[in-house]
Design a binder for this molecule. Structure first.
Ligand SMILES: *Cc1c(COP(=O)(O)O)cnc(C)c1O
Length: 400
């Protein structure tokens, strides 16, 4: 096999890739648990998990074995037929959530597209408008980008599809004022991820639920980032006291294999009938087998409580940094192992600098929403790894 250095992979890639990403100058070659190794043999400690995807860490043995076994049996048949892994996965998701029915797709944006289409067709003629929140992120397809409440994602793509309005974050009356006879749903993340790890407080979420009930609107929770144990419970809604009508999943679902899901109660899901929606690859047997193995591991005794404990530990260590560097870190927020260190106004201009310096020292994290350093390590992260990361972050902050 040919071997190239980081610099060579970068040069070759930049020549042929569409320029949608500004990538770090590293070609990742292998991974295990929380560690990655690049083409120059450098090791990284991963506090981002491929953007909250590899929840069990890289190449978790149970998931790798499930992928290998399914890949040697059957890889794809389309949704014209049933497959064992897809049925098993749907049964597990239904047994562990409020939902009765599951639609599988391949990504987060596609899961939200399915939710938006379901809300429209269930709403009936003339009810098509979806209210989402400012600061939200729902994907990059035209409909999900229209639902996304951040104008930087809209620029250059207008006219965006009709039927999306944004309520100011945290403002229940503002949201109520947007409801009309055209409204079919409210779409929100129970905690904004890309928007800067910004939780929605319980009273706000309950208020949104009440508005939806009063106006017969569907409440869609985008748990693409917060779902799959990331917050310490299988889904974030389970610890917030508010149950949605539709939920969307993707990121952590397949521990790295591309799979998404849109789930709903039976009476809502009934609006989708044969021919109304589809996906060729959705719930592909290999991706579904990976997701079954991932869920089995997450649901095993003691796994989720440990996520909560480790999350509290990381939060405590970040809070110590906030006390030591109050000029840089003004707050620590989030749930479970999705945490943000909110930077002060002056330091936020250097958010990317901090992330780059951490990268140079072999620690992966990112800067979300131009406000917070985001920590989303594999849920199996060890306290010793948290301690070394915190020590290095302290050095970087001290050097600013
Ligand atoms: C990542 C993300 C999406 C988009 O998922 P893709 O798989 O990139 O399409 C949508 N919503 C939320 C909350 C996300 O974090």
């Amino acid at each position: 096999m040919e071997t190239c250095s980081n610099a060579e992979w970068k040069e070759r890639g930049d020549k042929v890739f569409v320029g949608t990403y500004s990538r770090y100058p590293a070609a990742m070659i292998s991974g295990s648990g929380c560690r990655l190794v690049d083409a120059d043999g450098r090791e990284y400690l991963d506090f981002l998990s491929g953007i909250a995807v590899c929840i069990l860490g890289h190449c978790h043995p149970a998931v790798t074995a499930a992928i290998a076994a399914q890949a040697s049996r059957l890889v794809h048949v389309s949704n014209l037929y049933y497959t064992e892994p897809q049925v098993r996965l749907a049964e597990m998701l239904v047994a562990n959530s409020f939902a009765d029915k599951v639609f599988f797709c391949n990504s987060g944006a596609e899961a939200n597209e399915a939710a938006i289409k379901l809300a429209r067709i269930a709403g009936g003629a003339g009810r098509y408008q979806v209210i989402s929140l400012s600061g939200s992120f729902h994907g990059r397809t035209l409909a999900t980008v229209a639902a996304t409440g951040q104008s930087k994602f809209h620029k250059g793509f207008e006219p965006l599809p009709e039927g999306f309005v944004h309520a100011p974050f945290g403002d229940l009356e503002g949201l109520a004022g947007l409801i009309s006879e055209k409204t079919c749903a409210v779409l929100c993340e129970p905690m904004q991820g890309e928007g800067g790890v910004r939780p929605l407080d319980g009273a706000y979420l309950r208020g949104i639920r009440e508005l939806c009930d009063r106006h017969r609107l569907l409440l869609i929770f985008d748990e693409i980032q917060t779902g799959m144990g990331r917050t310490g419970t299988l889904f974030a809604y389970q610890q917030l006291g508010v149950t949605p009508d539709i939920i969307t999943l993707a990121k952590g679902l397949g521990n790295g294999l591309p799979i998404g899901a849109m789930m709903a109660r039976a009476e809502t899901a009934a609006a989708f009938t044969p021919g109304t929606h589809a996906s060729t690859f959705g719930g592909n047997p290999v991706a579904s087998a990976a997701a079954v193995a991932t869920l089995e591991t997450l649901l095993a005794n003691g796994f989720l409580p440990r996520v909560e404990e480790t999350g509290l530990y990381l939060r405590g260590r970040l809070s110590e940094l906030a006390q030591r560097f109050p000029q840089h870190i003004v707050a620590v927020r989030g749930m479970g192992l999705l945490l943000g260190a909110v930077l002060s106004e002056s330091t936020s201009a250097q958010g990317t600098v901090i992330v780059n310096r951490m990268f140079e020292r072999g620690y992966l994290l990112n800067f979300a929403g131009n406000v917070a350093l985001r920590f989303a390590p594999p849920l199996v992260v060890e306290r010793a790894d948290i301690d070394t990361m915190i020590a290095v972050l302290a050095e970087v902050l001290a050097e600013l």
